[in-house]
Write a protein that binds this ligand. Structure first.
Ligand SMILES: [Zn+2]
Ligand SMILES: [Zn+2]
Length: 268
């Protein structure tokens, strides 16, 4: 039986004979159902119509993205360390060419995902690399549409992986929204990879924090402060967000001044 994939969000569902009636992730107020109505595809079709492009972003970091654009245009990142590589966030398309290319970069030891909009084909990615763990925060368990044994629901506020890689639960966008702290990133000054838990805006000296990006639903001041507090113990100079923008330097101060500006704006 096929594992259907939602065309709008790119998330793959548990196997069913016929396509599911609804995509729960798209029907949630943080996403949207395509104007053409709910549509489904399969990984075989996505493999025929798309390919992945891998770019070196900085030493030890590569981006992985599908072309032509698929779903909401998710980007994944491969973070390389001496003890193994982590795929941060996930995309729908996984194919032989991608596996070969990433094996040449040292393979993938684990997948870790910021929030449900990146759950995509994470189980397929796990199997493609020998059944590696997929870390997602337990607070978002209800949104995992293919909850197989390879999914590791982690709990608490932080989870250390290896080699200076730490998952930090910030909350906000989703209850379990997380970022990956990479201590060796940005030439040793530290970097965070944020998905859209922390979203880098067009003026890349700033970030923002939203309950919904496509539907422009803000967060309250308490929640924004909670995100800043979660990041407080960690040093980082650079902020890599999900959709292409990067705070190149002074990232921690950028998060703090952005939170201040945001709270001013919503509290008057
Ligand atoms: Zn969907
Ligand atoms: Zn999102």
């Amino acid at each position: 039986m096929p594992h259907f994939i939602c065309v709008t969000c790119g998330v793959q569902y548990a196997e069913t004979e016929t396509p599911p009636a609804h995509c729960l992730i798209c029907e949630d107020e943080r996403q949207y159902v395509n104007a053409a109505g709910q549509q489904w595809t399969t990984l075989d079709v996505v493999r025929k119509e798309h390919h992945n492009v891998i770019h070196n972003v900085e030493p030890g970091l590569h981006s992985v993205k599908s072309e032509p654009r698929f779903a909401i245009g998710q980007t994944a990142h491969l973070v390389q360390t001496p003890h193994g590589n982590v795929l941060w966030d996930c995309i729908t398309l996984i194919d032989d060419a991608t596996v070969d290319a990433l094996q040449k970069l040292g393979g993938v030891s684990a997948v870790a995902i910021s929030h449900p909009h990146f759950y995509s084909c994470s189980v397929e990615w796990s199997y493609a690399f020998g059944g590696i763990p997929v870390y997602v925060h337990a607070a978002d368990r209800q949104w995992m549409m293919r909850p197989e044994a390879t999914i590791q629901f982690w709990e608490g506020e932080t989870r250390s992986l290896f080699d200076g890689l730490t998952l930090i639960r910030c909350g906000g966008h989703f209850e379990g929204s997380s970022v990956l702290h990479w201590a060796a990133g940005a030439g040793g000054k530290g970097a965070i990879l944020t998905g859209d838990t922390v979203y880098v805006v067009q003026d890349t000296r700033y970030v923002t924090f939203m309950r919904s990006y496509p539907n422009s639903i803000p967060l309250n001041a308490t929640t924004v402060r909670q995100i800043v507090t979660a990041l407080e113990p960690f040093a980082f100079d650079r902020v890599y967000a999900a959709f292409g923008n990067t705070v190149q330097t002074d990232g921690k101060a950028a998060v703090q001044r952005s939170a201040h500006r945001y709270i001013q704006a919503i509290t008057g």
